[in-house]
Write a protein of this length. Structure first.
Length: 332
């Protein structure tokens, strides 16, 4: 793409609507300082100075999309608790459409609390229930999706193994999306890795790829990764594969097209949330019908940029546009 085409891509996102389906959670932070060790146990004493809470999980994918200018909806389940109310409020004020958010009396809202000293994470405390949601909770989501699916330019299935994406719900989403011609992007986890049959784009990281296919490989083994990608395409009937390789960049493959985008040199502060950013930018590219190499390159660039920030933060669209023009624009 040349500079004008990249600028047009970013501007065009303001006309797009993307639906995110998956596990939402509250990312909570207790920021403090450490000056001494506890006399009770060999652990540091953290003097908490500040508390912060942000939409996390699939909601962080939504935040990335909102920051890119996309009209973004979430389809998920929260608990009927104070945390769920806080999370819904944070999503609304962030610009995420929450009309399809379901409240459950049978599970708490997932919370990940990170205890931080400066930029160093000392501890993470998770409160969650991860068993699959019930048919009673799935039914209203399927009804809403059936009624509104044609409103969207792309759908993201963001799985954190917290129970929202059950095998039957996954199959329903992907079959309905294919019937309506809506492209789908999947960010999988281990438990339902092999249930995402028929997605347009499948995006595991290296750990998920190893666990999902039960193979051993290194990020520098391009031939082995290519074979694994081909196996994924056949096994899951997906047209495009995007494999994130951490500091080694990303590998992409479709019919007759494959390659690796090396990671850009960064000052890494925190890799939390990088995968959320990658899948959100990939979904933007699906909605805009870009080429797979551009999708991979822009997603790779965005994932690296958010790693320069502390904590889970969404992409800065203006910075990504500047970086895309600098690194991805045709120089001719």
């Amino acid at each position: 793409m040349n500079k004008k085409a990249i600028e047009a891509f970013f501007a065009g996102l303001r006309e797009k609507r993307i639906l995110v389906i998956g596990d939402v959670m509250l990312d909570a932070y207790q920021w403090g300082k450490v000056d001494r060790m506890s006399p009770e146990a060999p652990v540091p004493v953290v003097e908490v100075l500040n508390y912060d809470a942000r939409p996390g999980g699939a909601a962080n994918v939504c935040l990335n999309l909102v920051h890119m200018g996309v009209k973004t909806h979430i389809l998920s389940v929260i608990g009927n608790d104070d945390t769920g109310g806080k999370l819904q409020h944070l999503m609304k004020v962030s610009g995420i459409r929450t009309e399809a958010l379901i409240t459950s009396d049978h599970r708490p809202t997932t919370v990940k609390t990170r205890v931080m000293a400066g930029s160093q994470q000392l501890l993470r405390i998770d409160r969650e229930v991860s068993h699959d949601i019930s048919e009673e909770e799935i039914d209203p989501m399927q009804a809403w999706l059936t009624q509104h699916i044609s409103d969207f330019d792309a759908i993201v299935l963001q799985d954190y193994d917290k129970g929202v994406l059950t095998p039957s719900f996954i199959h329903f989403i992907l079959e309905l999306s294919k019937e309506k011609g809506i492209p789908t992007a999947v960010d999988p986890k281990k438990r339902h890795f092999n249930d995402f049959i028929g997605a347009d784009l499948f995006k595991p990281n290296l750990k998920e790829l190893r666990e999902g296919l039960k193979i051993q490989l290194r990020p520098d083994q391009t031939d082995v990764i290519q074979e694994a990608a081909s196996r994924l395409q056949k096994q899951l009937d997906c047209s495009k594969v995007l494999i994130t390789l951490s500091e080694h960049g990303v590998f992409y493959q479709s019919e007759g097209i494959f390659g690796t985008c090396p990671a850009h040199i960064r000052s890494i502060s925190d890799v939390s949330g990088a995968g959320d950013t990658v899948i959100s930018i990939a979904a933007c590219c699906l909605a805009q019908k870009t080429s797979l190499p551009f999708l991979a390159a822009l997603s790779n660039l965005a994932g690296g940029l958010v790693c320069e920030e502390v904590g889970v933060v969404p992409i800065n669209s203006a910075n990504l546009l500047h970086q895309a023009i600098e690194h991805l624009a045709d120089k001719s």
